[in-house]
Design a protein around this ligand. Structure first.
Ligand code: HEM
Ligand SMILES: *[C@@H]1O[C@H](CO)[C@@H](O)[C@H](O)[C@H]1NC(C)=O
Length: 496
């Protein structure tokens, strides 16, 4: 009996000893792995397993590294679990990384939260030859549809009419413009990629837009950060990341069905849209090409997603700013009245004769700063930045806020001021205006987005005056979703 107890005691003890040894070993192994190379950008000391997770503000992980910038300077590092991340601040260094050393910082990282949704297909998260081929094809196809039967300009003008008609129906009563604008902007991309638009009352499409919006909630959650650190565990834990994944699958199956339909009824001699053009590319059967079903699906999804959220968020900020700055809205209307009048729709050729409106749109993009940390990059080779050593495979986060709000570049960085883009009443370009990021991997849709912003915005301000609902004080508070977007609001649109 006694000897039995003794045995159990020894067994337990040795198990304990073993566990302690094992844990110590893991910690040391983990520490060795995370030890930074010489000259690595400075940063806080990471904890085993968690890295600097505890340095992040649980509610606003994207913004919370802020304090680190104050402490460590323009280039600093922190760790998400085992993943070292380098943050770059300031116009000069951000441009050094994105433009002058563009080739060295060209790739996207394979963070689990991204990888498990996008793999390495498509446009946004692909790398290497596949990325190059997909990007070139998407750019030239977007351009071709601008030359085709119905130009991009006409598609956007047509959609602006639907949008202003729908807002007219509100008859000056307060309404939430979120999903109307979302639908309108999305229709431009749908018309290019799928060949058709969706009616604002189409309940299936509205549901899809709501699901995408809901998926944005995962972005602000700590669950996402944890997912990057231990995906194997988090896959089984409920939370906003699970909803995000589920909604993403729904969107995928929606687009898959549209692709199947195209395969059935397409005419190889006459491409109607992006999907038709892509199917022609697949039919060429070039073994070395990256044109296959998975890339078709993901590139289409990427255009749809990237092309909807960003532009529509910017337009929602635009209406808020107009309602909050009535004198500025009035000056835009005066310019519209003198250059365009009320009898015709705005066209893209009007932009050059409308410096004030153009400046207002730029200032809205600057101050709304919808992608403050843009999208992450990863180094393709060992390189140096600001004298620091940045090894191949290091994640780089360019801080666009530090450029769009730089004290030396902007007279009143924190104040809405279209004067930032004007000189002697003429439009003035600014080097530090980089809401689309910059360089070879900068936003693929920049041209399209700028066209959409000008045509939609001008059409809306031509037809309406936007105002806060009676006794309501509008707020510029933001929430973090796919982008930094305004908190839901109601607004009134009075016909002019
Ligand atoms: C106001 C509107 C928009 C803003 C502020 C914006 C901003 C951005 C930013 C900051 C990036 C990251 C670029 C980088 O890593 O350097 C990006 C990438 C991208 N954007 Fe946009 N974007 C907008 C509209 C659009 C539109 C309309 C499209 C659709 C055609 C689009 C398609 C893309 C794609 C496909 C990428 C990934 C490019 C790549 O990885 O090669 N964007 N965008
Ligand atoms: C980005 O830049 C802004 C403005 O300079 C700064 O307040 C913020 O802390 C920076 N964020 C990071 C992550 O470095």
């Amino acid at each position: 009996m006694l000897s039995h107890c003794f045995d159990v005691f020894w067994e337990a003890l040795s198990l304990q000893v073993f566990l302690v040894f094992f844990a110590t070993f893991l910690l040391i192994a983990d520490y060795m792995k995370r030890r930074h190379p010489k000259d690595f950008p400075p940063g806080p000391v990471p904890l085993p397993f968690l890295g600097n997770l505890l340095h992040l503000d649980i509610r606003k992980p994207q913004l919370s590294v802020q304090k680190l910038a104050e402490k460590y300077g323009n280039v600093f590092s922190f760790q998400l679990g085992n993943i070292p991340i380098v943050v770059v601040n300031g116009p000069q260094l951000v441009k050094e990384a994105l433009i002058h050393q563009g080739e060295n910082f060209l790739d996207r990282p394979k963070l689990p939260i991204l990888y498990d949704r996008f793999q390495t297909f498509g446009l946004i998260f692909s790398n290497g030859v596949s990325w190059k081929q997909q990007r070139r094809f998407a750019l030239s196809t977007l351009r071709n549809f601008g030359l085709g039967k119905k130009s991009l300009e006409e598609r956007i003008q047509e959609e602006s009419r639907f949008l202003t008609d729908a807002i007219e129906e509100k008859k000056g009563k307060p309404f939430d413009p979120h999903f109307l604008i979302n639908n309108a902007v999305s229709n431009v991309i749908c018309s290019i990629t799928f060949g058709n638009r969706f009616d604002y009352r189409d309940s299936q499409f509205q549901e899809l837009l709501h699901l995408i919006d809901e998926a944005g909630k995962m972005q602000e959650s700590i669950a996402c950060q944890l997912y990057n650190i231990c995906p194997a565990v988090m896959k089984h834990v409920p939370g906003p990341h699970k909803t995000g994944f589920k909604n993403w699958e729904y969107l995928k199956s929606f687009v898959s069905k549209i692709i199947e339909k195209h395969q059935e009824d397409r005419n190889p001699h006459e491409a109607r849209d992006f999907i038709d053009a892509y199917l022609n590319e697949i039919a060429k059967e070039d073994a070395s090409s990256s044109f296959h079903k998975e890339n078709l699906l993901q590139s289409t999804l990427d255009l749809f997603f990237a092309g909807t959220e960003t532009t529509s968020t910017t337009l929602r900020w635009a209406l808020l700013y107009m309602a909050m700055y009535p004198e500025i809205q009035g000056r835009v209307q005066a310019e519209i009245d003198s250059v365009i009048g009320q009898s015709r729709q705005p066209g893209i050729a009007d932009r050059d004769s409308m410096p004030y409106t153009n400046a207002v749109i730029h200032e809205i993009q600057r101050i709304s700063n919808i992608l403050p940390l843009t999208l992450p990059r990863v180094t393709t080779i060992d390189t140096r930045l600001a004298g620091f050593h940045v090894p191949k495979g290091t994640i780089l986060v360019p801080n666009l806020t530090s450029v769009l709000f730089d004290k030396d570049e902007w007279e009143t960085p924190n104040k809405f001021n279209p004067g930032h883009f004007l000189k002697n009443d003429q439009f003035k370009k600014k080097e530090a205006f980089i809401p689309f990021s910059a360089g070879k991997r900068g936003c693929l849709g920049e041209q399209l987005a700028r066209m959409e912003l000008f045509l939609f915005f001008t059409a809306l301000i031509q037809k309406f005056t936007f105002q806060a609902p009676k006794d309501v004080k509008l707020s510029l508070d933001f929430k973090i979703s796919h982008t930094m977007s305004p908190k839901p609001y109601h607004i009134r649109a009075f016909s002019r």
